[in-house]
Write a protein that binds this ligand. Structure first.
Ligand SMILES: [Zn+2]
Length: 320
């Protein structure tokens, strides 16, 4: 997702109430100085503090969509594969498309900005990754819960607007500077989207994975999507902030996701391995984590390279 982080951040900085600066301030000393906290009450996936009157956050991979009253239909693909196409086009016959549902959460101008950012994101995905069997619909929705998920039945990535509000609230809570906090929140939201793309590609590319490892693999592919090539500071920070956000939200005891601490450590190591200059950030949590990796003698370079190699092998047949 080359440049995607910047594209969407610039759009959403304005949308989220920041100044829209294209030159983010240096990372604050107080940035995310609180390490992932596992002591809060057990809650579900995306956030420990859902908004008022919303249902608890659900898990993010939806084998079942939120309003799954209709029976599962195996013929759900609205555009069935066309088997008459030549073999050399088989890996790219469908597109990512964006669908923005009506909102009561964002004002119309902000929502237009959000939809536009996701449209550019979809354009970039379509330029890079083929879809062999079905389209993927990226839906912006007022879900009534803080969440994001991939619906394999309908081939939909659902991004709840409540999640964006929550990641921005979380980002602002990490620092004194609201604009910088908004940027952190947008980074975390973007990473969460990338995680859902991880599930999407596992499904569409038939990547073998056991149920028990599916969340870990989605985390890894989601990170590599941001860290594949021409890696920028923003790419690395987005993966880091995604890990810090997810790492600060406890999961239920029987949750299928890795523990928050494990998610944070793995995502940090991927970002740090891909972009060692992360160690130069003036950020307490980053520096503490870098020091801990050094103390443990753990090298994130090979960790990143192995994840990159694996993901590239999954993607190879479908890259444009
Ligand atoms: Zn997931």
């Amino acid at each position: 997702m080359k440049n995607v982080v910047l594209i969407i951040c610039f759009s959403l900085l304005t949308a989220c109430g920041g100044s829209g600066s294209s030159d983010p301030a240096p990372v604050d000393n107080d940035a995310a100085s609180t390490p992932p906290d596992n002591t809060a009450p057990v809650d579900n996936d995306a956030a420990s503090t859902p908004p008022d009157n919303t249902a608890p956050v659900d898990n993010d991979v939806a084998s079942t969509p939120p309003d799954n009253t209709a029976p599962v239909d195996n013929d759900v693909a609205s555009t069935p594969p066309d088997n008459t196409a030549p073999d050399n086009t088989i890996t790219d016959r469908f597109d990512f498309i964006v669908q923005s549902e009506p909102t009561n959460l964002l004002d119309s101008q902000v929502d237009v900005e959000l939809e536009g950012a996701f449209q550019r994101l979809a354009d970039e995905l379509n330029e890079t990754y083929g879809l062999p069997d079905r389209k993927v619909t990226i839906i912006l929705r007022d879900c009534g819960a803080i969440n994001a998920f991939y619906d394999a039945v309908n081939s939909e990535v659902i991004m709840c607007r409540e999640l964006l509000a929550d990641t921005v609230r979380w980002g602002i809570s990490q620092v004194l500077d609201d604009e910088l906090g908004t940027l952190y929140g947008v980074y975390a939201f973007l990473y969460t989207f990338s995680h859902e793309l991880g599930h999407t590609f596992v499904d569409h590319y038939n990547i073998p994975v056991s149920i028990g490892m599916s969340e870990q693999l989605a985390d890894e592919i989601g990170a590599i999507l941001m860290l594949r090539n021409d890696i920028t500071r923003e790419d690395a920070l987005a993966v880091f902030e995604g890990g810090a956000y997810l790492g600060s939200h406890p999961t239920a005891y029987l949750d299928i996701h890795p523990t928050p601490a494990n998610r944070y450590i793995d995502l940090f190591c991927l970002a740090y391995g891909a972009y060692p200059q992360l160690a130069n950030e003036d950020n307490v949590l980053i520096l503490a984590t870098v020091a801990e990796f050094a103390n443990q003698g753990r090298d994130c370079g090979p960790f990143y390279v192995s994840a990159l190699d694996a993901t590239e092998s999954y993607f190879a047949p479908y890259l444009k």
